[in-house]
Design a protein around this ligand. Structure first.
Ligand code: HEC
Ligand code: HEC
Length: 119
């Protein structure tokens, strides 16, 4: 009699722990993302950006972007001035007085590097 109670309970437990483990698993982050731009494609080193934030995904996801490379960046408008002023998108860090270099004066030196398009 006991067996009949124990077995379904065990199976249920295995199922449940499996489901929980699945849910906790974060999606594999990309190493690099290339953002197409007429002024020269931009290579975004995702691995390096994550590492600099001590792998705290929450710094960027989902507050700034969903974990989806097809989602809009909301960064392009008005030569980045809109996002920089609003401290959103890349401009939450990349702006005057931010934690990283602003776009002004760094267009082709840091971001729109033509060679990056070949990667
Ligand atoms: C500095 C900001 C930043 C941090 C920190 C960050 N990401 Fe991202 N991630 C991005 C950006 C930007 C995109 C592209 C979003 C877009 O195109 O709209 C992205 C996209 C992704 C994607 C989608 C890739 C694809 O091909 O669709 C995944 C998955 C992802 N990130 C996982 C992670 C994980 C896991 C972590 C934590 C270890 C993390 N990210 C930390 C900025 C960040
Ligand atoms: C959480 C803050 C943060 C966000 C958000 C962020 N960056 Fe950065 N980024 C940094 C830091 C910090 C550096 C390195 C310090 C510096 O060079 O000023 C950096 C450096 C870079 C570099 C130089 C290469 C490298 O990785 O060292 C590029 C290009 C760059 N970022 C592009 C972007 C783009 C494009 C976005 C938006 C899709 C973005 N970043 C969003 C913090 C950020």
């Amino acid at each position: 009699m006991r067996k009949w109670i124990a077995w379904p309970a065990m199976l249920w437990l295995i199922c449940l722990t499996g489901m929980l483990a699945q849910e906790k698993k974060a999606p594999t982050p990309p190493a690099k993302l290339v953002f197409a731009a007429k002024t020269g494609n931009v290579t975004f080193d995702h691995a390096l950006h994550a590492k600099r934030e001590k792998n705290d995904c929450k710094v960027c996801h989902p507050a700034l972007w969903p974990q989806d490379a097809k989602a809009p960046l909301n960064w392009k408008a008005n030569m980045h001035k809109t996002a920089e002023a609003a401290k959103t998108s890349c401009g939450s860090c990349h702006r005057a007085g931010g934690t990283a270099f602003e776009s002004k004066g760094n267009c082709t030196t840091k971001c729109h590097v033509k060679a990056a398009a070949k990667k």
